[in-house]
Design a protein around this ligand. Structure first.
Ligand SMILES: Cc1ncc(COP(=O)(O)O)c(C=O)c1O
Length: 386
């Protein structure tokens, strides 16, 4: 138990090691969201017609300072899946047979489905560069991907921090290479805001989408899409609404009646984050995840899967209790439920490259004792047999 635990509603009698799938939101931030919801309900027309457009742009200013972005390049989307959908589906009308959409074998499953959908609609080809895992260095990502970046590629989608494998990819040199070759690039930064420091105007991809509801303490349904000014005219939200053909911000700022308060609560989430401070959060979370990765790998006699420099607050490890199990979704559910039901350890089991892995995470409410049960479990590697 550490001093930040009481800031969250998380149950006490469990080890919550999966802030990666769904990030915990502090109580104070949820209270601020509730205040916005009450304001909305107090005078709905005033809220939607007058207050919301201004408040959304205030949130863009606040987020812009945090991610090094001009607010006019930022729009809000419900989640990184929506951000990726907006970009990929905006490109469908221009895609032709023979065009290629490129990503890596670490691409998030739902984004891969969106790429497949774009190919199914257009006759373009989906190309998946096979980046190894375990991984030895950022250079391996660069060396694997670069040969695929040719003028036939109409979009390259690259994860900033990968989902199943939990590693930080070297996006800067790859963005630079894509720019040289004239290949548009979308960075899927679902895990990045709050985990690593960002500067959109320095990075200058064509598009960058990131979740604020994983590691930046925002309520669920709070993500952004940053679009390079050159690409804003061709970028549309997945839901086309009144703003169509006006401009980028008008199109995205209203996509029908829904609860926009997660976006409006973002300044409060950033305030919570900034009060603790990036240095403190990063050193706590990163050091804890690396220390526990070292300890778990040593106890289970399994090798590391990535250098510490490629880790943020996640680490995907060999799963000794699953080593003889097929990488099926049935086994994922079986192992997950067994760990939860028996030990109250919440940890994701990740199928990747036909093997099952498990991924630990660390957020400010975690402490070393949260990983103790895993140490014991991993050593009983025949737990699931028979
Ligand atoms: C790399 C990556 N991309 C996209 C997503 C989708 O995020 P969301 O469910 O918020 O749309 C995730 C979710 O974990 C992810 O890890």
């Amino acid at each position: 138990m550490n001093s930040y635990q009481d800031d969250f509603y998380l149950e006490k009698n469990m080890d919550f090691l999966n802030n990666g799938s769904f990030g915990a939101c502090p109580k104070t931030v949820l209270e601020a969201q509730r205040e916005w919801q009450i304001r909305m309900e107090t005078q709905l027309i005033r809220f939607f017609m007058r207050e919301l457009p201004i408040a959304l742009r205030d949130s863009a200013v606040s987020l812009g300072k945090f991610i090094g972005a001009k607010p006019e390049n930022i729009v809000f989307v419900d989640n990184a899946s929506s951000g990726a959908n907006a970009v990929i589906r905006s490109l469908i009308p221009q895609l032709r047979r023979g065009d290629k959409l490129l990503t890596t074998s670490h691409c998030y499953g739902a984004v891969l489905c969106t790429l497949q959908y774009a190919c199914d609609c257009s006759g373009a080809e989906l190309v998946i560069a096979d980046v190894p895992f375990p991984i030895e260095s950022p250079q391996q990502v660069i060396d694997t991907l670069i040969p695929y970046i040719t003028e036939k590629v109409k979009l390259c989608v690259l994860d900033h921090i990968t989902s199943a494998t939990g590693v930080i990819f070297p996006i800067e040199p790859i963005i630079g290479f894509c720019r040289e070759k004239g290949v548009p690039i979308l960075i899927d930064g679902a895990h990045a805001p709050g985990m690593i420091s960002l500067n959109m105007e320095t990075l200058q991809p064509d598009w960058y989408t990131g979740n604020c509801h994983k590691w930046l303490f925002a309520p669920k349904g709070c993500a952004f899409l940053w679009t390079h000014p050159e690409k804003q005219e061709i970028t549309h939200p997945t839901v086309i609404s009144h703003g169509y053909r006006e401009n980028y911000i008008t199109e995205f700022d209203f996509v029908g009646t829904k609860d926009y308060t997660p976006f409006l609560t973002l300044p409060k989430a950033i305030e919570y984050y900034s009060t603790i401070g990036y240095e403190k959060i990063f050193s706590h979370n990163h050091n804890l995840v690396v220390k526990m990765r070292d300890r778990l790998c040593e106890a289970w006699s399994v090798p590391h899967t990535a250098p510490s420099s490629m880790l943020g607050y996640l680490a995907t490890l060999y799963c000794p209790i699953a080593q003889n199990k097929m990488a099926s979704m049935k086994n994922v559910a079986l192992i997950h439920d067994f760990l939860w039901d028996t030990y109250r350890v919440e940890i994701p089991i990740m199928p990747f490259n036909n093997k099952l892995w498990w991924r630990i995470s660390s957020q400010i409410f975690n402490s070393e004792e949260d990983y103790n049960k895993l140490l014991e479990i991993g050593m009983s590697n025949d737990l699931l047999d028979g």
